[in-house]
Structure formats: structure tokens, C-alpha cells
Design a protein around this ligand. Structure first.
Ligand code: MN
Length: 488
């Protein structure tokens, strides 16, 4: 984890005299220290702002400092918002307005006008909120008493979202080969992606990878094999195939790290100089936090890296996924997700097995090794990023993954089974109405609320399919959003 931090700026003014400001300052310090103990990243108190100059200076510094991943603001007293406008207008970092107050309860006996002047966040936060609304700023508003664990929990989740923003703005994606021939939904405007998300998406020849693999030593391959056996069960006699994946992994990782890339995409239609499509290699790289997309899908590759970074310890339980086939037994409808090889073992239930099997499509000359496992049960989301022409749309659907209801002994790939919300068939109708891809990021620890916040900060369209979605409401929403986005 990098030394990321968040800045806490408290708004006030000089009207109340130095004593009040000293109290505000001391309390803000106390609150930042208390919350830092309970948050995934430090909340660093940067002072009580009393003028436009002070606010502009701290915003300039926040924009400039790489370690600062976002601003958290709050008004203990009343902070007139004209002094915030110039600063907030140029803010480039995620912004959270924390609506709280120092005291939890109204002190019945001691409350007087002095108390009211000092503790008027209910008043001050409204003035502050107007500035955000007037500026049309993407902002997170979290209301809650600062010592209530629920407030820290929400603030912590927003911080993780902001880490996703920081990672996104520094994202480089390495493409081996182009998108799978004729596929539409994995295409997209790379210039727009760079402007909106910060993603630099560029191509490298598969031959470069083959050449890099030739420089990997036997000792390195043996060390990688030992690392595999420490995490996975070897369930194949074909050690040579596994060693080949080890060689691929080492070479891909070297190239990614050399170029500063955090995600990559490949395609089974372009494997010149390779014997196997990277399977185990891609899976083990995803487990380390790299994003991956099959069939040239650079959008899902970058989104996976972003969502992993938004998860627990900046490498959460998120996986490249594809809806493959349905189980349509009435009352027990499920979607079966998998990929031809590459599902991240961070979503595995139990210890994955390394297996080798033939792969019928693509340029594989030999049977690729891959990890096979069942996905774990639990609530989650699937997310898909599509290019609508002129804008990106992020579609998020709530799901509930289950232990697969059958063992599928002849299925040679990792698999996850889930129920989509509001129910499988309505959920599928809604997903298809919104244009969601077959490729998704499935996550057990990033929430729909986090993805909504991320989409707002990135300035893209967001569609959420949840337990209350109906086809009719969704069609209405999409129609209105389409008009709204054209007016922007
Ligand atoms: Mn695919």
C-alpha cells in the first residue's frame, strides 16, 4: 500500500473571534485523530479555513500532492461559501462533504447562544452544500455523528473509491493483439477513455512477449513453479504446460512493470510465437492485483485493476467474468459465469487446482494450464463499462453468488454461479436493455454505491440494476439519461 492520505479541511470565519477558532481547531484535530484510527487511510487535518485565499491555497496543494487522494470538508461553525467557490472550482481530487457535529446530543441545561454560535454545523453545512450544488461538483455527502462507527465505515468506503480514482488516473494498459474480430461491445474510444478515466491504452506485439519469454531462466521458472505449488494444488501430470505458464507469467509481469502498466489484455486470435494462451499466468497475475481482459477487452482489464484497488487492502475479491450460460429451472434460475481460462482466484472458495485441458478455439498449439475452482457464495455486483458513442456508461447489477448447485465434473474452468437482481430473467432483460457486455468485473467487496461515486467523479453515466428495478422504469430512466447526456 502506498502512503496515501486524505485531507480534512474545516470551514469557519473570523466573525466569532479567536477563542471560538481555537476551539474549532482543537476539536477538528481531535476528530481527525479519532477517525484516522478507524479509517483505512489517514485523515490529515489541514486547518480551519477562514478566507478564499486559504481555501484556494489548500486546494492547489491537494491537486499537486500525489499522496493526497481526496478532500474531506466540514463546517463546525458557519463558513460563508463564496470563499469556497474559487478553490472548489479548480479542485481535481475527490471531494467528500462530511456532515457532522462535535457534540452528539443537544445539552439541555447548558445550551445558550454561545453554544449555538460555536455548534452550528446544521446551518454551516447547508451553506457549504449550496456551493457544491451550484458548482455542479461531483461530491460525496456523508451525514453522521463522527464517533458513530457507521460514519467511519461510510467514510472509509468513500476513501477506497477515491483510491480507485487515483489508480484510474495513473492507469496504463498493455494490449497484446487487437480486439476479437467482429465483437462490438469490447470496442471503445481510447482517447475518450484517457480523457475521462486517465487510462493510457497502448499495444505491444505478441512477438515482444515471445522474445521476453526466451530470456526467462530455468531458475526463474522453477521459483515460479514453487510459488504456484504454495498456493494451488497441482492436478495435472503435464508439468511442462505449467512451466510454460510460469514462463509466460514472468515475461508478462516484467513487461508490465517495465512499462508501468497495471492491466493487460490478450486475444486467442493472436498468439504468434506462443504455445498456449496465458491461463494460469493471467490468473496468478490478477491475484496480485493486475487487471486483465480477454479477447482484447482493455476496458474490462482497466476496470478490474481499478476495482481491485478499491477493494480490501487495495487488492480485493474482484474478477474478470463472463456470463456463459443459464440454469432456467423455474424457481432456481442462475447464471453460470466463467471464462475460457482466466478467472481470478481471489473469488475462489477453497484452494484452486491447476489443470491442463485442450482449448478448442484460438491458436493454442498445446493444452493450456489453468486454475479450476468454484466461486464463493455471497452478495456482490457485476459491472460493465460500455461506449455509447459520445459517452461511457457504467452498468452495475446486484447479484447473489451461491455455491454452484451442481459439480459439473467435465467443465475444465473456474466457475461462479449467481442470481441476478431483481430476479434472473428480469435482471437479464434489464442488463440487455442497458447494453451491458458479456464481460464484467464481478466483485464481492466493492459496492454499487462505490461504483456510483466512482462514475460521478469520472463524469460518466451510471445505471444500477437492483432488487427494485423494473424493465419499465429502466427504459424510462435510460431514455431520460440519453437526452440529459446529449445536453451536457
Ligand atoms: Mn470472453
Amino acid at each position: 500500500m502506498k502512503n496515501y492520505e486524505f485531507w480534512f479541511i474545516v470551514g469557519s470565519q473570523t466573525l466569532y473571534g479567536p477563542e471560538v477558532l481555537e476551539t474549532v481547531d482543537a476539536r477538528a484535530r481531535e476528530m481527525a485523530a479519532y477517525l484516522t484510527e478507524r479509517l483505512p487511510y489517514p485523515l490529515v487535518y489541514k486547518g480551519t479555513a477562514k478566507s478564499a485565499e486559504e481555501i484556494s491555497a489548500v486546494v492547489r496543494e491537494a491537486n499537486y500532492q500525489e499522496k493526497c487522494c481526496g478532500l474531506v470538508t466540514w463546517c463546525h461553525t458557519f463558513s460563508p461559501s463564496k470563499m469556497w467557490l474559487s478553490g472548489l472550482e479548480v479542485l481535481r481530487k475527490p471531494y467528500c462533504h462530511f456532515v457532522t457535529q462535535y457534540n452528539r446530543d443537544i445539552p439541555n441545561d447548558e445550551i445558550d447562544m454561545d453554544f449555538m454560535n460555536l455548534n452550528q454545523a446544521a446551518h454551516g453545512d447547508r451553506e457549504h452544500g449550496f456551493a457544491g450544488a451550484r458548482l455542479r461538483l461531483p461530491r460525496k455527502i456523508i451525514a453522521g455523528y463522527w464517533q458513530n462507527p457507521a460514519a467511519a465505515e461510510r467514510l472509509g468506503r468513500w476513501m477506497r473509491t477515491a483510491i480507485g480514482v487515483a489508480v484510474s488516473r495513473n492507469m496504463k494498459v498493455m494490449r497484446f493483439g487487437d480486439n476479437m474480430r467482429d465483437v462490438a461491445v469490447t470496442e471503445g474510444d481510447k482517447i475518450e477513455a484517457q480523457l475521462k478515466f486517465g487510462w493510457q491504452v497502448n499495444t505491444w506485439a505478441v512477438g515482444d512477449l515471445a522474445a521476453e519469454m526466451a530470456t526467462v531462466t530455468e531458475e526463474e521458472v522453477n521459483a515460479q513453479m514453487a510459488a504456484y505449488l504454495g498456493k494451488y494444488d497441482l492436478a495435472t501430470e503435464n508439468r511442462e504446460a505449467v512451466a510454460y505458464q510460469a514462463r509466460e507469467e514472468i515475461a508478462i509481469k516484467r513487461m508490465l512493470d517495465r512499462e508501468g502498466c497495471r492491466a493487460f489484455a490478450d486475444t486467442f486470435q493472436d498468439l504468434y510465437g506462443l504455445e498456449q494462451l496465458p491461463g494460469l499466468a493471467a490468473q496468478d497475475l490478477m491475484a496480485q492485483g493486475y487487471g486483465f481482459g480477454g479477447e482484447g477487452d482493455w476496458k474490462v482489464a482497466a476496470l478490474l485493476a481499478v476495482m481491485k484497488a478499491m477493494g480490501k487492502d487495495e487488492n480485493g475479491a474482484s474478477a474478470f467474468m463472463e456470463d456463459y450460460t443459464y440454469h432456467l429451472e423455474p424457481g432456481r434460475e442462475y447464471s453460470l459465469g466463467a471464462h475460457m481460462l482466466e478467472v481470478c482466484p481471489s473469488v475462489a472458495q477453497g484452494r484452486p487446482r491447476i489443470e491442463t485441458h485442450p482449448l478448442g478455439i484460438g491458436m493454442n498449439r498445446k493444452d493450456p494450464a489453468r486454475l479450476v475452482f468454484n466461486g464463493k457464495a455471497g452478495k456482490g455486483i457485476v459491472a460493465s463499462l460500455i461506449d455509447m458513442g459520445g459517452r461511457f456508461r457504467l452498468i452495475v447489477q446486484d447479484i447473489e453468488a451461491v455455491e454452484p448447485i451442481m459439480d459439473m465434473p467435465n467443465l475444465p474452468v473456474a466457475r461462479v454461479m449467481w442470481r441476478a437482481m431483481p430476479d434472473l430473467l428480469t435482471g437479464v432483460e434489464c442488463w440487455i436493455t442497458a447494453g451491458g457486455a458479456h464481460h464484467t468485473v464481478l466483485s464481492y467487496d466493492v459496492t454499487a454505491e462505490q461504483m456510483r461515486d466512482w462514475a460521478a467523479i469520472m463524469g460518466i453515466e451510471y445505471v444500477h440494476i437492483d432488487k427494485d428495478t423494473t424493465q419499465e422504469k429502466l427504459e424510462q430512466q435510460l431514455m431520460l439519461q440519453d437526452i440529459a447526456w446529449k445536453l451536457r
